[in-house]
Ligand binder design. Structure first.
Ligand code: NZQ
Ligand code: ZN
Length: 385
């Protein structure tokens, strides 16, 4: 196991009815900015629960944060927060709203040009307005981590920043809030969670037994429960297990002491930025191609996953690895997230623009060995066509 330092400062309130706990977390004299997306929270009753919990506290609203939140929109929110002297931000939504709210939280107190936050990966953030979250979509883990992905719509740059200052102070995880999700977002959430786990697992062994078995437990949970959420959307236990799995998959725990990959995520950001695919759609396309391309380097862990998670016992090593990739791709397809570029109407003409964006962003040494170059990405994308 590698050395590591680990700290996570987000408090979690988990379960049905826990939205009412907001009032215990936000000071009575706060000036709260409720941030949200395209309005789903106003149709499914979540907004009303939040307002109830804020009784007696001054609040303002900023809606319209889009999926893959736009820098241009968030700049307007920062201006609003400065004007109204906001002292607490309450993000109500999925990863996009929470990520966008992290930017607003840091941006409102930022002294330099706002894009610098993204350009410097958040390195110069010295403070942020406290942020609380009500999660409505189990997927990204943003509710319990310090990262955020932001898109500059004007230039199609989808990038990210991180800072310990934007760890949510608290997050409410009420599984019933996810009942109203469209099937596409249920599938996306399970696939994103799955890929977060394997980005931190499917590398090479370092004898990190706790992390490995923790990751395998999360993968088994997703494989068992994922499809049930599509079939019986209002099954509380299914939603609860998926929600906690998503949070645990990317709150820093799995990455402790182990090598991590993240190649599928890095290439996937460019695919979303340039062609607008949902985040999870990019991962469903890229992950099987990365595994196929890197199957020799990932051999030991692919076989461990075959044995312990998928129970694949037949065949030689090569056959088992190909079965692992086929099985995982089928799982994504079953979740309603297709795994080939052509399923999204894309062909080989996308390859060169993606390579150019990766080079522009200096994402030129990817994967756990930092050996995936733009030429390798070209080969990976060909495997994904
Ligand atoms: O905008 P509203 O109206 O709320 O609708 C949203 C949106 O259209 C809808 N939705 C959310 N909760 C709902 C609901 N509809 C009905 N009922 C509910 N309870 O779902 C749609 C998608 O929402 P979005 O927040 O975009 O999805 P997700 O949570 O998958 O977030 C994706 C974003 O997170 C970033 C992605 O890059 C992408 O920008 N990620 C953030 C990470 C992080 N901070 O650690 C890591 C991830 O790898 C990822 O990069
Ligand atoms: Zn992701």
């Amino acid at each position: 196991m590698n050395n590591f330092s680990y700290k996570n400062t987000t408090k979690i309130h988990f379960g049905k009815g826990e939205i009412s706990k907001i009032k215990e977390e936000i000071p009575a004299n706060a000036r709260v900015l409720i941030t949200y997306g395209g309005g789903s929270i106003k149709k499914n009753g979540i907004f009303d629960q939040v307002i109830d919990a804020l009784t007696g506290i001054t609040f303002f609203e900023f809606g319209g944060i889009e999926p893959n939140p736009h820098f241009e929109t968030l700049v307007k929110a920062v201006e609003f927060a400065r004007k109204e002297k906001i002292t607490y931000i309450l993000a109500v939504g999925g990863g996009s709203v929470i990520d966008g709210s992290k930017f607003i939280a840091a941006g409102t107190l930022y002294r330099n040009e706002l894009w610098e936050i993204i350009e410097t990966n958040g390195a110069h953030i010295k403070e942020a307005i406290p942020l609380g979250c009500v999660l409505t979509l189990a997927a990204t883990g943003s509710e319990m981590n310090k990262g955020a992905s932001i898109t500059r719509a004007e230039t199609k740059d989808k990038l990210f920043f991180g800072s310990t200052h934007v760890f949510p102070k608290f997050s409410v995880l009420d599984p019933t809030t996810t009942y109203s999700l469209p099937a596409r977002q249920v599938g996306n959430g399970v696939v994103d969670t799955f890929v977060h786990v394997v980005e931190q697992y499917m590398t090479y062994p370092v004898n990190a037994k706790v992390q490995d078995r923790f990751a395998e437990g999360l993968l088994m949970t997703l494989l068992e429960e994922g499809k049930k959420a599509l079939i019986t959307p209002e099954d509380y236990d299914v939603r609860a297990n998926l929600m906690w799995a998503a949070t645990m998959a990317l709150n820093g725990t799995l990455a402790t002491g182990v090598p991590t990959d993240w190649a599928s995520h890095m290439i996937g950001l460019e695919l979303t930025g340039l062609y607008g695919l949902d985040h999870a759609q990019t991962l469903a396309v890229l992950l099987p191609a990365v595994w196929l391309y890197k199957k020799e380097q990932k051999k030991e862990k692919l076989l461990q996953y075959a044995d312990r998670v998928l129970n694949i016992k037949q065949g030689d090593d090569e056959e088992k690895i190909l079965a692992v990739i086929a099985h995982t791709s089928q799982f994504f397809t079953d979740m309603g997230v297709p795994t080939r570029l052509q399923d999204y109407g894309l062909d080989e003409t996308i390859i060169q623009p993606i390579i150019e964006k990766l080079e522009q962003h200096k994402f030129v040494k990817l994967g756990e060995y930092k050996d995936i170059t733009p030429d390798d990405v070209r080969s990976i994308l060909k495997l994904a066509l």
